[in-house]
Design a protein around this ligand. Structure first.
Ligand SMILES: Nc1ncnc2c1ncn2[C@@H]1O[C@H](COP(=O)(O)OP(=O)(O)OP(=O)(O)O)[C@@H](O)[C@H]1O
Ligand SMILES: [Mg+2]
Length: 336
């Protein structure tokens, strides 16, 4: 302790400045529950009306009688139980507070911490996960609406026309029209299969990240001018939690999609690295890049926002670095 070297005045000053600068509310009580010391944050958080000086020697229960959540618990605790206790996330005057009561030799100390900001951040995180899921649903709805919807209407038109012809004895039966209908139904079947794969890719479910990425890379290499290389330090036998696999794969799909669609990259390198307690996905392209600093979230569209949401929902970290004409590097790490 430093105080033994101080005079009484010095140590009072020291205590005073400690109390007024400490970032939480403090109230010290004697054994009977009378206030012996309080700082301005305690007064503010609990909305105590008397001045700090006038609070001294008032009984704690008199001071907090206008706050039912506190007065009931405190009344009970102070009468029967003589042990430390905590009140978590209680709301007083639109603030979320954590209140911890600890025993000291001649009484007790009440610590009051304002956790409103933390609570708001928590609520925002949940909100953005919900928004991410909502966007996913909108994408699927769009896919059904724009892809399968028109194909079905088209089949209906073809069928109507076929039936008209069929009932019109002069025109008679046309096998060509029936053939058209068959082809449209084939297209619908294939679109539906694609859509269900997009919901939960079968390859990923059965054979894991190594195979799913292998297949994705193979398809891009065969269908675009971009050359994609995959480096993975594990094989098809290595499996991760289902949530992690699906989210890492979805992020990889979007990052690759961006690299092919926006970057006009010649080469893309994807790395999937398993560490002892995490998995890292890194996608680098040598394309046109775009103007942004590290984690400049304002530039994010739905695709990048979804990645950020997915990664954060798994307690991971997403970093994006890009510069005009110097390519883009995206990396994410998720604890396993
Ligand atoms: N690899 C990249 N190279 C160059 N520009 C990129 C790259 N990735 C993203 N961008 C830029 O960042 C913007 C935001 O990307 P994001 O994926 O969030 O949205 P989007 O691809 O435009 O739309 P969506 O993903 O919803 O179809 C893109 O429009 C593009 O301008
Ligand atoms: Mg995108």
């Amino acid at each position: 302790m430093v105080t033994h070297k101080m005079s009484t005045t010095e140590s009072n000053d020291f205590l005073g400045s400690l109390l007024s600068n400490i970032p939480f509310g403090i109230i010290a009580l004697d054994k009977s529950g009378n206030i012996k010391l309080a700082n301005h944050l305690a007064k503010e958080y609990l909305d105590l009306k008397p001045t700090l000086d006038d609070l001294i020697n008032l009984h704690i229960l008199t001071c907090i009688e206008q706050i039912p959540v506190l007065s009931e618990t405190f009344a009970e605790r102070f009468q029967h139980i003589r042990e430390p206790f905590d009140l978590k996330s209680i709301t007083i005057n639109d603030k979320y507070l954590n209140i911890n009561v600890r025993l000291i030799p001649n009484g007790s100390i009440i610590f009051i911490d304002d956790i409103t900001r933390f609570k708001e951040m928590e609520a925002n995180a949940v909100q953005s996960i919900i928004a991410g899921q909502e966007n996913e649903r909108k994408r699927i709805a769009r896919e059904i609406h724009d892809g399968i919807g028109p194909l079905l209407s088209f089949t209906k038109l073809e069928l109507d026309s076929f039936i008209d012809d069929f009932t019109d004895r002069e025109k008679g039966f046309s096998s060509e029209k029936l053939d058209n209908i068959r082809q449209t139904i084939d297209a619908i079947t294939s679109d539906l299969r694609d859509l269900s794969h997009r919901l939960m890719p079968r390859l990923l479910e059965e054979f894991g990240l190594f195979s799913a990425f292998g297949n994705l890379v193979h398809r891009i290499n065969n269908n675009t001018k971009t050359n994609v290389e995959l480096y993975c330090n594990f094989n098809a036998e290595t499996r991760f939690d289902k949530e992690i696999e699906l989210n890492v794969f979805r992020c990889g799909q979007e990052l690759l999609n961006n690299a092919v669609k926006h970057a006009r990259a010649k080469d893309i390198l994807i790395q999937l690295i398993k560490h002892e307690n995490s998995i890292v996905l890194m996608v680098e392209d040598d394309g046109i890049g775009f103007e942004m600093g590290k984690q400049d979230h304002d530039k994010f569209g739905i695709g990048l926002t979804n990645i950020d949401t997915r990664v954060r929902s798994l307690n991971g970290e997403f970093l994006l670095e890009s510069k005009k004409n110097s390519g883009t590097t995206a990396s994410l790490e998720i604890p396993t």
